[in-house]
Design a protein around this ligand. Structure first.
Ligand code: ZN
Length: 96
């Protein structure tokens, strides 16, 4: 795939997968220009642009969240067959 700069129309930097927990409900968290949408994750509770803008912060936040039992910020959104490890495995490589 050719690389497209962040300045390209539409960009290619869109992210719907939470950098901290790997949850993806299709909500745009970072737009195509690499700008955060300040959306709070139903799962880990971090807000895109605030809790996930640096790899060290993402890793630290994830560590605390998992260590505290990986509780859902909005428990009602948790699927009955939720698979923590499966979800974590979907975290984009650059945010692991
Ligand atoms: Zn999350």
């Amino acid at each position: 795939m050719p690389s497209v700069g962040p300045e390209a129309p539409g960009g290619n930097l869109e992210e719907t997968v939470c950098r901290v927990c790997g949850r993806d409900d299709g909500t745009l968290l970072w737009d195509g220009y690499g700008a955060p949408q300040y959306v709070i994750c139903d799962c880990c509770g971090i807000e895109s642009g605030l809790g996930d803008d640096h790899l060290s912060k993402v890793r630290e936040t994830r560590g605390y969240w998992v260590a505290a039992g990986a509780r859902w910020d909005v428990p009602g959104r948790r699927p009955k067959d939720w698979d923590l490890l499966g979800q974590l495995s979907r975290i984009p490589t650059e945010w692991r």
